[in-house]
Design a protein around this ligand. Structure first.
Ligand SMILES: Cc1ncc(COP(=O)(O)O)c(C=O)c1O
Length: 370
């Protein structure tokens, strides 16, 4: 039977992710447009974004937060280019984005003494293989396979190397133990449903120590440089961005943070995401034709939920098209490099009730094309 009720919001893309419920451009009316980002008001807005980020995430007070160019990619590249080199590197690869970081490390930075720990889509490499005398590079949540690290227990507190974590599809959705991480990055367009363009770079005191004690042998573009001479450019972590940011995107980020506050802050966001994952767990448990791509329950992502369907790839594409044509689910195809399947974003900006309705349409679409 064709369902009659449609989701209020059919946006299930894994990036840019859905705007928060009730979003309106009116929320951006206070943006200081046409003013310098270095004016008193402009800087105050950027500093507000940094302060609110620290407060809502509950970051350790000695961690620094900066707004940087080029989204999560910019933030993570900036960290790798600035920090890697003095120690060996262990990099964990289990889907497309983590693979991208390993390619940077081996083919662009061309570092020696690199251990690449790889697993196929759906699995996690053996985290126990990490050598913490080296720097360890990984994503918290593999957005394109729906496999996350289960926790930070595998990371020792007394590590010698740094941990660099691309947490873009985990932060504001999963419990991330900050003290286990020396670099944390994410983009506004992901869990918060903000605008693209800017990334957030979070540094532990140990990461700052590395920055101060080490100058990489390769040239660093201006947008990657976090030092002024021998000193840290502290301005970056107070709202004096390296180059011109979008004040409109910043206002949009502030609107997202205000909304996060209204749903109970970080724990509210984690709860929303977990409730949405539960919808899929129930659906998968009662429908034999669909399953999680993630093989282990404890590694299952609560944001980028990736699903296998017992149909050939072209039939799955037909399902995705049907759902979009009906206006009930957009962008729920699997990532282009991932195995054929479905991917539904379940971060906090998506209403669980919309996912419940989407599953009814999914069942209908499956029966149409099978
Ligand atoms: C794990 C991961 N890293 C990096 C990126 C790239 O993010 P951005 O386009 O915000 O730079 C994404 C985007 O989906 C991602 O999921």
């Amino acid at each position: 039977m064709k369902p009659t009720v449609k989701p209020k919001n059919p946006n299930f893309s894994s990036g840019p992710c859905s705007k928060h419920p009730g979003y309106s451009l009116d929320e951006l009316r206070d943006a200081p447009l046409g003013r310098s980002h270095r004016s008193v008001g402009g800087k105050a807005k950027l500093a507000e974004a940094i302060d609110k980020t620290k407060q809502l995430l509950g970051l350790p007070p000695d961690y620094r937060v900066g707004i940087v160019p080029a989204s999560d990619t910019g933030a993570f590249e900036m960290a790798m280019w600035s920090l890697l080199g003095p120690r060996g590197v262990d990099v964990f690869v289990w889907e497309s984005f983590s693979k991208g970081w390993s390619v940077d490390i081996t083919q662009q930075l061309k570092l020696d003494n690199v251990q690449v720990h790889t697993a196929e889509y759906g699995k996690l490499p053996d985290l126990g293989q990490a050598n913490f005398d080296n720097d360890v590079v990984f994503v918290w949540n593999g957005t394109t396979s729906g496999v996350k690290v289960p926790n930070g227990d595998w990371i020792p507190d007394d590590r010698a190397g740094l941990t660099l974590c691309d947490a873009t599809s985990a932060i504001f959705a999963m419990d991330v133990p900050y003290h286990k991480l020396d670099v944390i990055t994410y983009s506004w367009q992901k869990v918060l449903g903000g605008e693209a363009a800017h990334g957030v770079l979070i540094l532990s005191p140990r990461a700052v120590e590395r920055l101060l004690s080490y100058d990489p042998p390769w040239p660093l573009p201006k947008v990657f440089r976090m030092k002024k001479g021998a000193d840290l450019n502290e301005g970056i972590f107070k709202g004096s961005t390296i180059n011109t940011p979008s004040m409109l995107a910043n206002e949009d980020y502030l609107a997202a943070l205000n909304w996060v506050e209204s749903v109970g802050g970080l724990s509210g966001m984690i709860g929303r995401s977990d409730a949405s994952l539960k919808v899929w767990e129930d659906f998968v448990a009662t429908h034999p034709w669909i399953d999680f791509l993630a093989e282990e329950k404890e590694n299952r992502s609560s944001t980028s939920v990736c699903l296998k369907v017992d149909l050939p790839g072209d039939k799955i594409k037909q399902m995705v098209k049907l759902l979009a044509d009906e206006g009930v689910a957009y962008d729920c195809n699997s990532y282009r490099d991932a195995p054929p399947g479905l991917r539904f974003w379940c971060g906090g900006t998506v209403d669980t009730s919309d996912l419940e309705i989407a599953t009814q349409w999914l069942e209908w679409a499956y029966n149409q094309v099978k």
